[in-house]
Ligand binder design. Structure first.
Ligand SMILES: Cc1cc2nc3c(=O)[nH]c(=O)nc-3n(C[C@H](O)[C@H](O)[C@H](O)COP(=O)(O)OP(=O)(O)OC[C@H]3O[C@@H](n4cnc5c(N)ncnc54)[C@H](O)[C@@H]3O)c2cc1C
Length: 561
């Protein structure tokens, strides 16, 4: 993983093979993509403070995990300092590294995690579990003023599928398994977890659980909260275990408390998760709708129907136009087909091509099941004025989805921040929510005097509502710090979520980025309950302090105190 950006060294996003993209960005943001203005500082120019690890603590950590797996290497420390939210990237690229961890340790099994937890608590050090480092909520960074030794616990060596109970369709998996490694081990025995977040290639099972992640196919398989049947967590009081039963009435769910805990309750070492047989057939079809409101109504009706697609996703007109602008240079045949389709949509179907919305709907299972699902969904789509445009847009989307994350670095190289904010709300609120958020983002651009773009898609449909996922980018004014301007837009969007009755995040967690909206989301008593939980489990605030709610001894006393 790059220390300053997304993904593997040597892989990057380019407009060179997408002829419509540079003019699109110029038109909407006023940005000349040919000029790279803001490259990250060189690693050798970073000012990396010396680590602070007392000899006794170092010896105890080495005894816990072995000397070769205790690292104070500068690159290791920089890589483990933060996640990948926009603020993390901008500051890292500038060489503003914040409070680096002093040491990175890599346990291989649960006993070692227990031993290093005891060593850290005895020395009153801070422990921050690290999965893939992909969170975008500020869930990893140590508080700036932290004076104690900060230990990053990289779970990457604990990446095995330990057991599959084929009869119950449950797998025991170590928490440090990255998406591809996990699927590779399951697929080899004919199984899949079915959890495919866009960050799949670089994120881990433990990170998914600790942030309540959702994947592209969560409509079928469930969010990680649904997939996780049981957990094992090393806590200050010992190893917490829950049983992999399908349902239980053991009071408030301890399993649920661990879900979304962001390292504040302990280190998840293992989880028992649902697995499914790899499906015979998997198809993602593209559809076009004449308008956002008709598209939303269709998604709602699909959720209410007997159809059970694995993916339901539809982009608003702005994201649809962006998708078309990122198409690779089409062949002559493609161009002719596309022109014929445009003519058909305009003349025969009465589409306004600027307003149409592109949708992807996925189907999985036996051939017969997929055929029946396609038929059911097709009828609903046509009732809302939509039509299928076949497999190729869906196949393209499926191939490209893990490449899209590189675009943020591409924009930052050109000085423009681009980011996402996502939420969920009941079906009855989604239309208003969409209108309010896009209006708030555009007002924020106007207030700043900048040219910006905001677009949205609906994904993850449920019985009672769905997730709306907004992406925005703008060309900064140059008058203020870029993060100051970014905050104006991000805050406008997030505040509109909670003001409209939606949640602060559907699947990106709270961290520090979203903590200011927690009380509006779950109420004062809800925050007090979480605070009591974290303080009770971790009275010394040794476990990833300052995330979700400020609590423990890192909090500066307020006037009320
Ligand atoms: C480009 C991009 C695309 C993304 N797409 C999606 C998406 O589609 N869906 C989605 O849900 N999210 C997405 N995310 C967000 C991110 O990938 C998720 O939050 C993911 O779950 C984080 O996993 P990780 O292994 O990288 O965890 P990290 O970032 O390493 O850690 C996240 C939090 O979990 C804690 N943690 C990690 N491992 C453990 C453990 N074993 N025990 C206890 N606590 C632990 C950490 O301390 C931290 O608080 C995306 C992020 C990016 C940058």
């Amino acid at each position: 993983m790059k220390w300053w950006g997304w993904g593997d060294e040597g892989v990057s996003f380019t407009h060179a093979d997408k002829p419509a993209l540079a003019p699109f960005i110029k038109r909407h943001l006023g940005l000349d993509v040919e000029r790279e203005t803001t490259r990250p500082v060189a690693f050798d120019d970073l000012r990396i403070p010396e680590p602070s690890v007392a000899p006794d603590l170092r010896a105890a950590l080495e005894a816990a995990v072995g000397g070769e797996r205790v690292s104070t290497d500068p690159l290791d420390r920089v890589l483990h300092a933060r996640g990948k939210c926009l603020r993390d990237l901008v500051r890292h690229r500038r060489g503003d590294l914040g409070r680096l961890p002093d040491v990175v340790v890599r346990p291989r099994e649960e006993g070692e995690v227990g031993a290093l937890m005891r060593a850290a608590l005895d020395a009153d050090a801070v422990l921050i579990p690290f999965g893939g480092g992909t969170n975008i909520s500020g869930s990893l960074e140590a508080p700036e003023a932290e004076e104690r030794t900060v230990i990053s616990v990289d779970m990457g060596l604990m990446d095995g599928v330990l057991d599959i109970d084929e009869e119950s369709r449950l797998a025991r998996v170590q928490a440090g398994a990255l998406g591809p490694r996990l699927e590779q081990q399951l697929n080899a025995r004919g199984w899949t977890l079915g959890h495919f977040p866009d960050s799949f290639t670089h994120s881990t099972l433990g990170g998914w659980i600790a942030t309540r992640s959702s994947g592209m196919q969560s409509d079928k398989y469930g969010d990680v909260a649904d997939l996780t049947r049981a957990v094992r967590v090393v806590t200050p009081a010992g190893v917490l275990t829950t049983r992999p039963v399908p349902h239980t009435s053991t009071g408030p769910s301890v399993r649920e408390m661990v879900l979304g805990s962001e390292g504040r309750l302990g280190i998840i070492t293992e989880a028992t998760v649902h697995v499914h047989r790899v499906p015979d057939t998997r198809v993602i079809l593209g559809y076009l709708f004449p308008s956002w409101s008709e598209a939303l109504a269709a998604m709602r009706e699909i959720a209410e129907s007997e159809a059970t697609p694995s993916v339901t996703r539809v982009s608003d007109q702005w994201e649809t136009q962006f998708s078309f602008a990122t198409r690779k240079d089409p062949s002559l045949l493609d161009r002719l087909k596309s022109r014929a389709l445009q003519e058909y949509l305009r003349r025969r179907r009465g589409f306004d091509l600027e307003a149409m919305c592109l949708s992807f709907i996925g189907y999985e299972g036996s051939k017969e099941h997929v055929a029946a699902q396609r038929k059911l969904v097709g009828q609903i789509v046509s009732r809302h004025g939509g039509l299928s445009v076949g497999k190729s847009p869906g196949e393209l989307y499926d191939q490209k989805k893990f490449d899209t994350p590189y675009i943020r670095d591409y924009l930052l190289d050109r000085g423009a921040p681009g980011d996402v904010s996502e939420t969920s709300a009941p079906w009855s609120t989604l239309g208003t929510l969409y209108d309010n958020v896009t209006a708030a983002a555009r007002k924020a651009f106007d207030d700043l005097g900048v040219r910006g773009y905001v677009m949205c898609h609906l994904s993850h449909s449920y019985h009672a509502g769905a997730c709306l996922y907004f992406t925005f980018a703008f060309k900064p004014s140059g008058q203020r710090d870029v993060l100051e301007e970014y905050d104006v837009v991000k805050v406008a969007i997030q505040q509109t979520f909670v003001d409209t009755g939606a949640t602060l995040s559907h699947h990106h967690a709270v961290g520090t980025e979203h903590a200011q909206w927690l009380e509006e989301d779950i109420s004062g008593p809800g925050v007090a309950m979480l605070k009591a939980l974290f303080d009770g489990v971790d009275p010394g605030a040794n476990l990833n302090p300052g995330k979700i709610v400020s609590s423990g001894r890192n909090v500066a006393p307020t006037e009320a105190d």
